[in-house]
Structure formats: C-alpha cells, structure tokens
Design a protein around this ligand. Structure first.
Ligand code: THU
Length: 142
C-alpha cells in the first residue's frame, strides 16, 4: 500500500468522527506489517477528558484484534465543514505518540501527517518522539 492510499483511508476514517464539541474531525489509518488497515476517528465526550484521538482509536482497534506489528499510520484533520482543500494537519498529540511508542518501533514506524491525498509529510516515530520512554526501558520485550 502506498502512502497516498493510506492517506485516502484516513480521509475515509475522518468521516466517522464524533466531534460535536471541537467540531474538528480527525481520521487515522494504521497499516500493519502484513498489509491490513485499521481506521480510527476521534471520539469526543461531554466530559472532555475521555475524548479519544483518531490515532489511538485505530491503534486500540488493531491491538484488540490481535495486531501488534505496525508499519505506518496516516492522520488528517479538518473542521467539520472543511472542503478537502481545507483539511489541516493533525499531528499526533503527546498521548498518542506515547501509545505508538508502546507498540511501534521508533526507528522504523512511519507517521504520515497529511492535509490531502497529495499533500503529506512523513516522519519516523523517533523524529516526533525523541528520547521516548517505552517497554525496553522497563526491560520488557513486546
Ligand atoms: N485530535 C485527534 O484525534 N488527533 C490528533 O492528532 C490531534 C487532535 C482530536 C482530539 C479532539 O477530538 C479534537 O481533535 C480537537 O483537539
């Protein structure tokens, strides 16, 4: 699967966003090493704190289905009424970066931050979470 195809999956995932408080819709698409895609959207809550970002929704869906080996994630955001050309970056928040660090190899896992199917840049997890703390720091191999 190409990066563009994964971005298109994230654009589809964004349509399911439940975001009546921020009106900022985010979609994510997580690619497993064996080529499966798990979509996620942000899911907000009236108490605000329980809100789940699109990236974590995708990761938790995948892990709950037995997946542990991930290659890349694409993420895209935009206001509720945004036209495709008005989509904006939704760089993963700190909590999502930490959740990625639990399951993804920092040096090879790719984070595709998109504003459109032809507009995106790619970073490794290590680039967006330098000096991260992960399972290896507790002597755990996952
Ligand atoms: N959000 C995501 O889902 N992913 C990001 O990368 C950034 C922020 C969500 C959380 C909240 O529902 C809304 O965007 C505004 O912060």
């Amino acid at each position: 699967m190409t990066d563009k195809e994964l971005v298109l999956e994230a654009i589809e995932a964004r349509k399911m966003s439940y975001s009546p408080y921020s009106n900022f819709m985010v979609g994510a698409a997580l690619l497993t090493k064996d080529g499966k895609v798990y979509r996620g959207c942000n899911i907000e809550n009236a108490a605000y704190g329980p809100t789940n970002c699109a990236e974590r929704t995708a990761i938790f869906k995948a892990v709950s289905e037995g997946e542990r080996d991930f290659e890349a994630i694409a993420v895209i955001g935009g206001a509720k009424d945004a036209k495709p050309e008005e989509f904006s970056t939704a760089a993963p928040c700190g909590v999502c970066r930490q959740v990625m660090a639990e399951f993804c190899d920092a040096k090879t896992f790719r984070v595709i931050i998109a504003t459109g199917e032809d507009n995106f840049f790619v970073k490794t997890l290590e680039e967006i979470l330098p000096y991260g703390f992960g399972p290896a720091d507790l002597g755990v191999t996952v």
